[in-house]
Design a binder for this molecule. Sequence first.
Ligand SMILES: [Ca+2]
Length: 185
Amino acid sequence: MIFKTAAGISFVLEKGINDSLEVDQVAGTLQQNIFSKAALATGRIALMALAAVMVIAAVHPDVRSSVRGTFVKDYRTVVSTAKGNLAGDSRLFTVTKIKTRDSMSLEIFETLGNGQQKLVERIALADTRDGYFDFNGQATNLAIDDIDGDGQPEILVPTFDNNLVGRLNVYNFDASSKTFNKMIR
Ligand SMILES: [Ca+2]
């Protein structure tokens, strides 16, 4: 027996027309297939719309720069972290070296008794390019070490200036002012 659905799809019912339950089941399956095709078509339309937006972005300079600006504006990367007892006592500090599109900075956190990290100082670095130096035989871009042997570790921060000349910035904790100061070397 050959049936035709509303969508014009023909199928053969082998068991006979009297089994109405089976006819309903077959029709239901066909209905589902038609619905999933509709869903697929909707997905395709959405993809095409997205592609159209991307083409416009690629073609139109204003749209392109605004799309790019959205991504670049929030660009902020932690390029390195180091931990140490920077005050020379039991307090633990974490130093993060941060690079944005046009600046570099340090953020220094103190680990509190409850384990929370409290930002204690933010230092803007003069150079805008990340740098590396040889620290105990390893290329590193941030280190903590007692370089003057007074028992209190310093923060060692290599950077490059715009002419790619390397600079090693050194900061230590000043107990009287409770701030981190750049050491004159
Ligand atoms: Ca020291």
